[in-house]
Design a protein around this ligand. Structure first.
Ligand SMILES: CC(=O)N[C@H]1[C@@H](OP(=O)(O)OP(=O)(O)OC[C@H]2O[C@@H](n3ccc(=O)[nH]c3=O)[C@H](O)[C@@H]2O)O[C@H](CO)[C@@H](O)[C@@H]1O
Ligand SMILES: C=C(OP(=O)(O)O)C(=O)O
Length: 430
């Protein structure tokens, strides 16, 4: 089992390249099998979730060819199996996108109920409601979702909750349904727009992605395309809060500043100086952060995937902050770990009250999920002394070269896999 070991105290300073968005890429890879022609997808992040998705689609017969570390060629003409097995699926949440993609293309799919980060109960009723509205029979059988239709037909659908996954999944299935589908109360996240743009580049007819209503005119078939995935706003935001928590000066490169507006607004709120360029954002933190109030909301609100990053920063702020988590009920687990580092936190229902302390102190902590893990590393970099972060497999799901990027900014962090490595690091930095 690998861990990160960190010696805190150095401000993060410098420029860091941001990779492609994991959560857009996962859906786009699934959508890529919806044509029998070859699609080329670029700016893929080289992270575990993406590799699992690629294995899953090659496991059902798609040709998957790595062109280079961030580019893949996919051809879905050889798909012979509509059944995605549990082994792949339990590892990643986004496996559910294969339901919509296979159902859209072949009118049938079977996918084991999905895994992903344990951040809440994560129902998928809205996905199934959408497939049913398109005319599919959907059942849960032996831990699998089985969806089948003679023919998918356009529909008018109102989602009961705003769901990124359901919006993308039903959009994919509706792309090849007969007639017009109107989906209301949809998610507006940049990755929803990116998937719609990808499908349109394959010949789909999707309008309105990025607004509350998406209209899809079904097409008979999709064709080849070459497509580059948008930058990962969550990876970018993680480094931006890295600057805030360590009182550093970090420029995130290759980003779309518009996608970072909610994050930037909060950084300004807590006293950082933020400079926006065409495709970069610089965050300078000259002083201890100020306290603030945060509520996570669907885009364009403050993202739940950025909640732990601001949480660890506010643990060091002047005054008392509150964070209300309104998307996932189980996303405060990192606060127990942060308390082990000296943070003053109290959780009341879906609100955390964080009274800032002047210093955190290094401790052994455990990543409970992807963003929690990355944020505990940021806390370790800001803390006095040595922090060990266990269970970094979660972080590897979604951050490419995380420790290398932090080291390039002056952070002292290493990946270790034994007590001997830990002792060696301790000797080196003492
Ligand atoms: C792989 C991926 O892209 N994961 C992201 C995706 O997850 P995911 O797609 O699972 O998240 P959703 O947007 O679907 O969930 C939003 C809310 O809707 C609820 N809900 C969702 C679907 C459903 O059928 N019924 C239902 O009640 C969920 O419990 C949650 O409270 O969006 C989340 C919200 O931005 C992010 O935190 C995740 O990183
Ligand atoms: C929660 C996340 O991923 P997933 O939905 O795949 O668990 C995330 O990307 O922060």
């Amino acid at each position: 089992m690998e861990q990160y070991i960190i010696k805190g105290g150095n401000p993060l300073v410098g420029e860091v390249e941001i990779g492609g968005a994991k959560n857009a890429a996962l859906a786009i890879l699934a959508a890529g099998i919806m044509t029998d022609e070859t699609v080329v997808i670029d700016n893929l992040p080289d992270v575990n979730d993406i590799n699992v998705m690629l294995e899953a689609i090659s496991g059902i017969g798609a040709m998957v060819q790595r062109v280079d570390r961030h580019t893949v060629r996919i051809n879905g003409s050889g798909i012979h199996d509509f059944n995605i097995e549990y082994d792949y699926i339990k590892k990643i949440r986004a496996s559910y996108y294969l339901l919509g993609a296979l159902l859209g293309k072949y009118n049938r799919s079977q996918v084991a109920l999905p895994g992903g980060c344990n951040i809440g109960s994560r129902p998928i009723d809205q996905h199934l409601k959408g497939f049913r509205a398109l005319g599919a029979d959907v059942d849960i059988e032996n831990g699998k979702i089985v969806a089948e239709a003679d023919k998918l037909k356009g529909t008018h659908l109102y989602f009961d909750v705003v769901s990124v996954g359901a919006t993308i999944n039903v959009m994919m299935a509706a792309t090849m349904a007969e007639g017009l589908t109107i989906m209301e109360n949809v998610a507006k996240e940049p990755h929803v727009v990116d998937v719609a743009n990808f499908l349109n580049s394959m010949g789909a007819n999707i309008r309105g992605a990025g607004t509350d209503v998406i209209k899809i005119k079904g097409v008979r078939s999709l064709h080849k395309t070459e497509y580059s995935i948008i930058p990962d706003q969550i990876e970018a935001g993680t480094f931006m809060f890295g600057a805030a928590a360590t009182m550093g000066d970090v420029t995130v490169m290759n980003v779309i500043p518009k996608h970072l507006e909610a994050t930037i607004a909060k950084l300004v709120d807590i006293g950082c100086e933020v400079e926006e360029f065409d495709d970069a954002v610089r965050v300078v933190a000259k002083r201890r952060p100020r306290c603030t109030q945060v509520k996570t909301l669907p885009y364009p609100g403050y993202p739940t995937d950025m909640q732990p990053q601001i949480g660890v920063t506010l643990a060091l702020a002047e005054g008392a902050s509150t964070i209300t988590e309104s998307i996932f009920e189980n996303r405060f687990k990192y606060l127990d770990e942060l308390a082990r580092m000296g943070a003053d936190v109290k959780i009341e229902g879906n609100t955390a009250v964080i009274r800032g302390v002047e210093k955190l102190s290094g401790a052994r902590v455990s990543a409970s999920d992807l963003r929690a893990g990355a944020s505990l590393c940021i806390a370790g970099l800001a803390a006095d002394g040595i922090t060990i972060v266990d269970d970094i497999v979660y972080i590897q799901r979604g951050y490419e070269c995380f420790e290398e990027k932090l080291r390039s900014l002056g952070g002292i962090i290493e990946k270790v896999s034994s007590e001997k490595d830990i002792k060696k690091f301790q000797l080196k930095v003492s």
